[in-house]
Design a protein around this ligand. Structure first.
Ligand SMILES: NC(=O)C1=CN([C@@H]2O[C@H](COP(=O)(O)OP(=O)(O)OC[C@H]3O[C@@H](n4cnc5c(N)ncnc54)[C@H](OP(=O)(O)O)[C@@H]3O)[C@@H](O)[C@H]2O)C=CC1
Ligand SMILES: Cc1cn([C@H]2C[C@H](O)[C@@H](COP(=O)(O)OP(=O)(O)O[C@H]3O[C@@H](C)C(=O)[C@@H](O)[C@H]3O)O2)c(=O)[nH]c1=O
Length: 298
């Protein structure tokens, strides 16, 4: 029997929030990888990607590239579609052509938010805005064109990198004494470093069971263990930041209704994700976001 290829992961969107966490983790775990930022190659550039996959002997693709500006997507639907739907479609075709797994990242915003218990992978989708709509179309393109795929839906991602709610709150705490934050939208904050670890764990397990019937493909949810409102998340951030001396005084955070904070895109009222299936199939526990928050601020 011939030796299987050593694992070599291709990461797209390498300069994004999750992309940078993936780069850190791959380095720490000493896993062979190639990082691709938008400057290196657009995910729609099939010719460049095809050559790269062949030349480097890529064994799996992790797609962390996306259009993530939720409000701006309402006025730039074409651009959002190009990155969130056409890009994943191009990657799915490459996954099929080279017979390598595609690990793609999607969002809780594919749901309409009308449930009152955690969303499972089999629940009906119904995005409330363009961002969610284009992300859902990307999921559908992948499931139509690839067979070896993992679609990991995550939520409310925060980290030391890029733009995210955690960093916005820390900035606002330095600028203002009082903030209004919506208290009637619920979800699961997720640390991007934990998502990176989860994706790498899945890629490794798929690699070691390559071709075997152990491989479990399809849609998985991966998010924080505990659900909160954006207001609750803001309070948790300020509590830790104050405790660790990152901010000298805690701003007053008023709990407001969604109507009191008008935005171009409508967001789901409840997009809590159950991460149980991933824990069961891959042994990856949900993100302990409060611990991650503490670590980040320390
Ligand atoms: N952030 C969040 O709260 C959540 C994110 N997700 C999903 O997680 C994934 C990672 O998100 P996150 O890291 O936060 O996103 P970021 O916006 O931080 O990173 C996305 C990266 O993709 C790059 N990119 C955009 N268009 C292209 C393109 N056409 N070709 C190649 N690269 C491109 C961007 O480059 P540039 O900077 O130059 O635009 C950016 O570096 C995404 O799939 C997102 O939908 C899911 C739930 C929550
Ligand atoms: C900054 C701010 C926001 N908000 C509200 C607006 C909104 O309802 C909620 C979150 O605001 P943001 O715009 O920062 O977060 P948003 O861009 O909606 O975050 C989403 O990003 C995409 C990429 C995802 O996939 C989602 O899982 C989710 O993380 O908080 C306040 O109420 N007060 C504030 O001061």
């Amino acid at each position: 029997m011939s030796e299987p290829h050593a694992m070599h992961l291709l990461v797209t969107g390498a300069n994004g929030q999750l992309g940078q966490c993936l780069a850190d983790q791959l380095r720490v775990q000493n896993i062979t990888h190639t990082l691709l930022s938008r400057e290196d190659a657009d995910i729609n550039d099939t010719v460049v990607l095809e050559k790269l996959i062949a030349d480097k002997g890529i064994t799996a693709i992790i797609n962390a590239a996306a259009y993530t500006a939720v409000d701006r997507a309402e006025s730039e639907p074409g651009l959002a579609k190009r990155v969130n739907e056409d890009g994943p479609l191009a990657l799915a075709k490459l996954s099929a052509r080279f017979d390598i797994p595609l690990l793609h990242v999607s969002t809780d915003y594919v749901f309409d938010g009308t449930k009152i218990t955690p969303y499972e992978e089999s629940d009906a989708t119904g995005p409330t805005g363009m961002y969610g709509q284009t992300k859902l179309a990307g999921e559908q393109a992948i499931s139509r064109h690839a067979t070896k795929y993992i679609i990991m839906r995550t939520a409310w991602v925060f980290s030391e990198y890029g733009n995210n709610f955690f960093k916005t709150m820390l900035r606002l705490a330095k600028e203002r004494d009082t903030l209004g934050v919506v208290a009637d939208q619920f979800g699961c904050p997720t640390y991007a470093g934990d998502i990176a670890k989860a994706l790498i764990a899945i890629a490794s397990q798929l690699h070691s069971s390559a071709g075997g019937n152990e491989a479990r493909y399809g849609i998985y949810h991966y998010a924080g263990v505990e659900a909160v409102s954006w207001h609750g998340f803001a309070e948790a951030i300020f509590e830790q930041a104050h405790k660790q001396g990152v901010i000298t005084r805690r701003p007053t955070v008023n709990a407001i209704a969604t109507d009191a904070y008008p935005t171009p895109a409508k967001r789901p009222t409840y997009s809590v994700l159950s991460s149980a299936k991933l824990a069961q199939d891959y042994g990856v526990p949900a993100s302990e976001w409060r611990l991650a928050l503490e670590g980040l601020l320390r």
